[in-house]
Design a protein around this ligand. Structure first.
Ligand code: GLU
Length: 430
């Protein structure tokens, strides 16, 4: 049996998009599941729009994601190969130079047959190619356009399965016609469902329309992004286990599990919704599972330098189970390192009075400094009345972790300083 070989073939004309990353993952999973090989091919035949920095961006982002390729090719390194094949097509009359207004181009002589192929996801697709006419395959002998270069490469690289976005379905008949002219085999095709925004519209810049490298910048763990993208249009067979008769909807899968379970048969035809909330949820699960030390190490690049290291380990422990991505830490944990000004009114619990609040804070100050039992006091006079102002004094925020957890991180001296500040604020108003 032939070895399964798949490829991701991005054009370096912009930052690598998450849609490309998703196609990369499906190609990778399918190859690895079948003991095959996954190839990265940079399609930079469009010299005006291709940029080296975008190639770098693609490689870096794919490696970050864990999509290690077995072989790497760049089309601009393969010019002689294309030249040879273009000459052959011209020589045997399959293509011809066409002199046109905008200069001459090379067109394929299209027999206008009906092209039919069996898409592994969408089933049989049949296209009458008469309307395509004699289409352009190269600008000149040295410059193939995408269709031709891709077909030559797929053949020479022994690609067995072309797995790519649905937007390429309309390219496939042209590419098969070129294959027939070159007398090279037609690979199997699998066109992946489109990725849609929440309202089923096209994915925009705002909603998941970003580059893969943006997800690295936002501080999502790569394993979580991999997991999330793998489920964009595919889901493993439901497990036997169930909760009250309903099959267990599992969402968290390691790379190894995804390889193990992947199959093209389970790729859906309909558009796949890009649900950022789901990404955040998956990501949170991954962050929760990290060892503390590992978490701290991964978090470090996202921590402002001026925060120093003093309360870092404690703050990291406090927020590890609370953030969805590493960049959240900067916003969520800021108060630990820098207490912002807050409204005095925020210190007041519901209908409590200013005087009582002040009295409670003073008592808490005393208890904290002497190592007394704050909780016992709160239970005695009212939890909300005592713990709310204490929590606000410590965090300056409407929402935060609980006061005891914060005090553990801030330690006694800083906790007392903050309680004192709250007492001063409330005294001044009162
Ligand atoms: N260079 C094409 C793209 O970026 C590749 C399409 C294909 O996979 O054939 O969309």
């Amino acid at each position: 049996m032939r070895k399964i070989r798949t490829r991701l073939a991005p054009s370096p004309t912009g930052l690598l998009h998450v849609g490309n990353a998703r196609a990369g993952i499906f190609n990778f999973l399918f190859a690895k599941k079948n003991d095959g090989e996954f190839i990265l091919r940079i399609e930079d035949t469009d010299i005006e729009r291709s940029r080296k920095e975008y190639e770098e961006n693609a490689k870096e982002a794919l490696l970050w994601l864990g999509l290690n390729w077995d072989e790497f090719y760049r089309q601009s390194d393969r010019k002689e190969i294309y030249l040879r094949h273009i000459k052959r097509l011209l020589g045997n009359g399959s293509a011809y130079v066409s002199k046109e207004e905008k200069g001459s181009v090379i067109r394929l002589k299209n027999p206008g047959t009906i092209i039919s192929f069996n898409d592994l996801i969408r089933g049989k697709i049949e296209v009458d190619t008469k309307d395509l006419g004699d289409f352009v395959i190269a600008k000149n002998e040295e410059t193939p356009i995408y269709h031709l270069a891709a077909v030559i490469d797929d053949a020479l690289m022994n690609i067995t399965h072309v797995i790519r976005g649905e937007d390429h379905i309309s390219n496939t008949p042209r590419q098969i016609l070129i294959q027939q002219a070159l007398r090279c085999p037609t690979p199997k095709y699998a066109h992946l469902p489109l990725i849609l925004a929440h309202d089923r519209s096209k994915l925009s810049k705002r909603e998941g329309g970003e580059a893969l490298s943006d997800y690295k910048k936002m501080g999502y763990p790569p394993e979580a992004v991999f997991n999330f993208l793998a489920l964009l249009g595919w889901h493993p067979a439901p497990e036997q286990s169930s909760v009250r008769g309903r099959p267990l909807e599992r969402e968290i899968f390691s790379k190894e599990e995804l390889i193990e379970q992947f199959s093209l048969e389970r790729v859906q035809k309909g558009g796949a919704i890009f649900d950022k909330g789901k990404l955040d949820w998956i990501s949170k699960e991954y962050i929760k599972k990290l060892e503390e030390k590992d978490f701290l190490e991964k978090l470090t690049p996202f921590v402002p330098e001026e925060w120093g290291r003093e309360n870092m380990a404690g703050a990291a422990r406090l927020f590890k189970d609370r953030i969805s991505k590493f960049s959240d830490f900067k916003r969520e944990a800021k108060f630990i390192f820098e207490l912002d000004d807050y409204d005095t009114g925020l210190l007041i619990w519901k209908n409590a009075s200013m005087e009582d609040t002040k009295k409670h804070l003073e008592k808490v100050y005393e208890l904290v400094s002497s190592g007394g039992d704050v909780m016992a006091y709160a239970d005695e006079v009212g939890r909300g009345e005592v713990l709310w102002p204490l929590r606000v004094a410590l965090s300056g925020l409407k929402n935060s972790p609980g006061p005891f957890e914060i005090m553990e991180v801030l330690e006694k001296k800083e906790s007392l300083a903050r309680i004192k500040k709250a007492i001063a604020l409330i005294s001044w108003v009162g």
